[in-house]
Design a binder for this molecule. Structure first.
Ligand code: OAD
Length: 250
């Protein structure tokens, strides 16, 4: 692992442009379960019943049971060392931007200011019928949260069957096409179209550094380096190596 960490630090410190693609695994150490690990959210809630836009439209109250349970966990969560370390990398000039599939706001809370929320965010709620928008905070006491037009509100997260926000999609494609290094952190990279980002980066000659607890389809394929283990421990170690050794690591 020490050798892999040194190689990763070398790549990041020599890259003119590094970006990151993150997923739920970056937030498990903040107490938020991921989706597909054992005990993950999808082992409790069937995504076709709870996470599609058609399911929400058919029975918003049922879907809000899951959203409400998640909100209780997410609203009290604090950034962990992985979020904070990635924020430090940005401040040190080693990380251009994070493309996250997470909707928990923890990268921003951890000090990152360039964050693309690929699957939307849970800070705001919108009415699918009249279009009015509210802050989630303002509606936190009500279950389910309703609009002034009395329709049940939907969080501005991307459900299966919905489009990726256009700006997030376009900017991510642009970044993936021009990055020299892509860090893939805490994602199974199974969900499309986010899972195209590593392929696009690789085709444009970026080095792919993968940090995940378990192997993924990327690990034996396009990842140049696979660092297996806790994102918070690995990112902290990486940041320390880059900090201590300066710009060029040999
Ligand atoms: P997954 O649950 O599919 O994958 C989480 C990944 O993080 C797995 O590879 C885990 O091994 C890894 N992991 C877990 N804990 C970790 C830790 N402490 N350190 C490092 N790695 C860890 O979650 P995502 O890939 O984010 O979309 O899922 C992608 C999308 O699927 C989500 O955004 C969500 C979901 O359905 C929508 O709902 C649209």
């Amino acid at each position: 692992m020490d050798e892999l960490l040194k190689q990763a630090a070398n790549i990041v410190s020599n890259s003119k442009m590094t970006i990151a693609l993150t997923g739920a695994g970056v937030s498990t150490e903040s107490g938020i379960p991921d989706f597909r690990s054992s005990g993950g959210l999808w082992s409790k809630y069937n995504p076709s019943e709870f996470a599609t836009i058609s399911a929400f439209k058919a029975d918003p109250l049922k879907v809000w049971e899951m959203l409400h349970a998640m909100d209780k966990i997410v609203s009290g969560a604090k950034p962990n060392a992985a979020h904070i370390g990635m924020g430090d990398l940005e401040k040190m000039g080693f990380l251009e931007c994070i493309i996250t599939q997470n909707v928990d706001n923890l990268h921003q809370a951890g000090g990152s200011s360039h964050v693309i929320e690929y699957h939307g965010n849970s800070r705001t709620l919108s009415c699918l019928w009249c279009g009015k928008s509210y802050s989630a905070e303002e509606k936190r006491g009500s279950f389910p949260p309703v609009c002034e037009c009395q329709q049940v509100l939907k969080p501005d997260v991307v459900f299966f069957g919905e489009m990726i926000p256009a700006l997030a999609m376009n900017r991510s494609l642009e970044l993936a096409s021009s990055a020299q290094c892509l860090m893939v952190v805490g994602t199974s990279a199974l969900v499309s179209p986010a899972n195209l980002i590593p392929d696009i980066a690789k085709r444009n000659n970026a080095k792919i550094i993968e940090i995940n607890m378990e192997r993924t389809h990327l690990s034996d394929g396009i990842s140049d380096l696979f660092l297996q283990g806790s994102a918070s421990k690995i990112i902290s170690a990486l940041v320390n190596l880059i900090k201590n050794k300066g710009n060029k690591i040999i």
